[in-house]
Design a protein around this ligand. Sequence first.
Ligand code: HEM
Length: 123
Amino acid sequence: MRRDQVTEEGIVALVDGFYDKVRADATLGPIFEEAIAGDWGPHLAKMYDFWSSIMLTTGRYKGRPLPAHVRLPIEPQHFGRWLELFTETTDELFEPDVAHAFQVKAHQIANSFLTALETVKQF
Ligand code: HEM
């Protein structure tokens, strides 16, 4: 049954499911494998904190996500694929209004990253 609320358990299921898809993806997989180099535990833990901070305002994530992306070989089209997989995973796990709330946040953040990366990297 799909979840009708945002909970910590749902965030763990989302992050685990999303990064399973990312790892298997021909476009995004290699970027992550290169950056994460073996141990996915710390990245997944960071992403539980991140989404908990965004959706449940727990303040658990203390990082600065933009610099982590500036040094990656990311092109504008990667964001389209990232958002596609994120939309797919949220639709599988949550009722439509909850899935939509995650998707709105992801689009806002992706757009702000893209704008910043366009300035820094001059795509
Ligand atoms: C970290 C890739 C989009 C949120 C990372 C890392 C990679 C990555 C490889 C690990 C960096 C490292 O440990 O050195 C990508 C790619 C994206 C993308 C290829 C799409 C083009 C997004 C979006 C969000 C996001 C849209 C938010 C909605 C984060 C956060 C971290 C992270 C919070 C942890 C940063 C930190 O504190 O170290 N990303 N990402 N990413 N990503 Fe993304």
